[in-house]
Design a protein around this ligand. Structure first.
Ligand code: SF4
Length: 341
């Protein structure tokens, strides 16, 4: 079966699946303080009112320039940092305000794979202990059982059982990411948030790690939230894609549709930068003027209006809402609100 046929089949199957993660109006603000008394003078609005849902077995790609809030969104969803507002429902349970043992219990079902495997692994720990740490924390397995289980996991991610006794510095970047993946898999989680998992790796290694993640998804029945700034990588991995800009979700839709017909002007600019494999298909590159504004002082109205090539006067005043503009496609842009009146 071709890749497109497989993805169409998976798309149909996903429509019938249950929702695993539901996020409603999530905000994560960091207070900004100043002066001797450290009074609060404002907020850095890292994530500003995002709503999304992931079906079981789906890969949802979260994309945007660095600093757009996608990593903070991932960390907030996993409750690695507390949300400022909003609701996170995981597998039917509201985990937004869980604390202590209840949060700990919920956490075994969602794990994270980080961008920099070297920084995320304790260099003083033997690989076997790095991978079995979550198992030691959550189960009562004997040393022998843990050792056997970890060796099996190492082999499954493409390493050798003997690697159990080595240390992170003895591995290449790609191998270290495999250790990070084995560690994330140890508790058999339902959801993995992969935050730029291949951006620190050589291009030649990237596809091996991406293919491994794809194989593991079927085998371990995993749902992925895949965070990346590289649209080609997100396209390769995802079923659906959410595009973020300055803490806001500006477009959500099926992968093929987002790539073939981006609707939001920001998505149009991002997709125009993807190299076209067929030299006969010429496409116009949309260059955005200026830098991403500071999330401490975001523009009024539509946060993209300072860089949008088709901005209208009202874009400075009205905040566009993420709305369904066609089946399975949501866009936050006043152009489409007008169209639907
Ligand atoms: Fe551009 Fe206006 Fe749409 Fe924002 S609302 S993306 S500024 S057209």
């Amino acid at each position: 079966m071709s890749e497109q046929v497989v993805s169409e089949k998976k798309k149909k199957d996903l429509y019938n699946k249950e929702v695993l993660l539901e996020v409603k109006n999530l905000k994560k603000y960091y207070p900004v303080t100043a002066g001797f008394f450290q009074r609060k003078v404002g907020d850095v609005k890292a994530v500003d009112d995002i709503t999304l849902s992931l079906k079981k077995g789906e890969t949802f790609g979260l994309v945007g320039e660095s600093g757009c809030g996608k990593s903070t969104a991932g960390r907030t969803l996993l409750r690695l940092t507390d949300p400022t507002e909003g609701q996170i429902i995981f597998d039917g349970e509201d985990i937004t305000n869980l604390r202590g043992s209840k949060l700990r219990k919920a956490r075994r079902n969602f794990q994270m794979v980080f961008q920099d495997p070297y920084a995320s692994l304790n260099s003083k720990m033997m690989v076997g202990h790095l991978v079995d740490e979550p198992l030691r924390n959550y189960t009562n397995k004997s040393h022998k059982e843990l050792r056997e289980e970890v060796k099996k996991l190492l082999k499954r991610v493409g390493l050798r059982a003997e690697d159990y006794y080595k240390y992170p510095h003895e591995f290449s970047g790609g191998q270290r990411q495999r250790i990070g993946i084995a560690r994330a898999l140890a508790l058999n989680p339902k959801l993995i948030i992969a935050d730029e998992p291949v951006s620190a790796l050589d291009v030649s290694i990237q596809s091996q790690v991406l293919n491994l993640l794809k194989e593991l998804q079927d085998e371990f029945d995993l749902t992925y939230l895949f965070i990346a700034h590289d649209l080609s990588v997100v396209k390769h991995m995802s079923d659906r894609i959410g595009v973020m800009y300055l803490g806001h979700m500006v477009e959500v839709g099926d992968k093929e549709e987002i790539y073939h017909e981006p609707l939001h002007p920001y998505t149009q600019a991002l997709t125009s930068a993807i190299p076209e494999p067929n030299p006969l298909h010429k496409k116009e590159r949309i260059i955005l003027e200026g830098d991403v504004p500071s999330p401490q002082n975001p523009p009024t109205g539509c946060v993209f209006h300072t860089r949008c090539p088709v901005a209208m006067p009202k874009c400075k005043e009205i905040v566009p809402q993420l709305k369904e503009v066609r089946p399975n496609r949501q866009v936050a842009c006043l152009l489409y609100e007008e169209e639907n009146k």
